[in-house]
Design a protein around this ligand. Sequence first.
Ligand SMILES: Nc1ncnc2c1ncn2[C@@H]1O[C@H](COP(=O)(O)OP(=O)(O)O)[C@@H](O)[C@H]1O
Ligand SMILES: [Mg+2]
Length: 269
Amino acid sequence: MTYEVGRPRGLLGGGIQQALDVVVNFSLDVQPGEFVSVIGPSGCGKTTVLFLLAGIRTPSAGRIEVCARPPRDAVRDGLCSVIFQQPVLLEWLSVEENVLLPLRLRDPRWWLWPGRRGQYLERAGQLLRTVELDAFSHYYPEKLSGGMQQRVAIARALTLDPQVLLLDEPFGALDEITRDRMNLELLRLYEQRALTIVFVTHSIEEAVFLSDRVVVMGRGASPRTGSSIVREVRVDLPRPRTAALKEDAAFFQKVREGRAALREAQQLQ
Ligand SMILES: Nc1ncnc2c1ncn2[C@@H]1O[C@H](COP(=O)(O)OP(=O)(O)O)[C@@H](O)[C@H]1O
Ligand SMILES: [Mg+2]
């Protein structure tokens, strides 16, 4: 993926444009039902990888498929959803309306069919129960805590019943207790719905706790070389996973492996 950086061309003549290669030689094959975490030093291109998978950015070279189609089509068809670092809720819509947004965008005349309206509200109710926010459906986002807002974002991401979830450091802004709880909720959804997940984080513990596989990105020798996957750690810890796993020697061992892989990735820079 190549970004154009530098001063844009303005009224007074030419700006300075430079190409910055961010993600280069990057190959990742995720199996259906697999939970893969991507970790790496800040600025190495994790968000770029996720945005490429979500069709928000277009690769300058190479090919990406999500559910056997171009990423943008997978998102359009409701097969793939993204959860960002911030919840990105619409402040002027209630929690329920935010959750219904993907359905409304897909079916703008939904209100003409009273039956459909009932169906959609039922769906929103179900999803809000899933994230334990059904008592807050008529609240507006500003009245909710950060963790609750991110749970609304999760419910909204599930509205079209996707097969693939892409998450970019979704719990990074939350306190540790809330983050632990959200991790358990995410695992529950993953196991119940047989989702395929690509999860970006900079926490090794979080990556190991959640994933089947942790891929470690490292930057190349110079900014021109771009970053790629430099290490991979398989996490063959049993599922379903509970908080008790975090006290287990096998968990510590995997975290140690992950930390060593990340250190090596940083030394490669
Ligand atoms: N829109 C953009 N234009 C130019 N450079 C960008 C843009 N977005 C990200 N970058 C650069 O790409 C690199 C990787 O960024 P990012 O994918 O956000 O990394 P990470 O998520 O791992 O912190 C950084 O050097 C960043 O400055
Ligand atoms: Mg990022």
